[in-house]
Design a protein around this ligand. Structure first.
Ligand SMILES: [Zn+2]
Length: 82
């Protein structure tokens, strides 16, 4: 029994020079695990932290929204289209 990568979501980073990637993994029992997005951009990795917010709006499906948060200005959040 092992975890395998099902898909990798990829969006452009805030500066546009790199990407932000998120790995979705699954196992033989159809369990799904969603990894925390990774910033593949030196500039943005230095500037931003990834923050997530979990929503559970019954009866709709639950979902998570991810943000890039400016390390020097926590009020500046950029929502990621993941
Ligand atoms: Zn960037």
């Amino acid at each position: 029994m092992s975890w395998e990568t099902i898909s990798i979501k990829k969006v452009e980073c805030p500066c546009g020079k790199g990407t932000i990637e998120q790995e979705i993994r699954g196992d033989d029992w159809n369990r799904i695990e969603v990894e925390t997005p990774i910033i593949n951009c030196t500039d943005c990795a230095n500037k931003y932290d990834i923050e997530s917010k979990y929503f559970y709006p019954k009866p709709k499906h639950d979902y998570t929204i991810y943000y890039c948060v400016d390390k020097n200005n926590k009020d500046e959040k950029i929502q990621l289209n993941l």
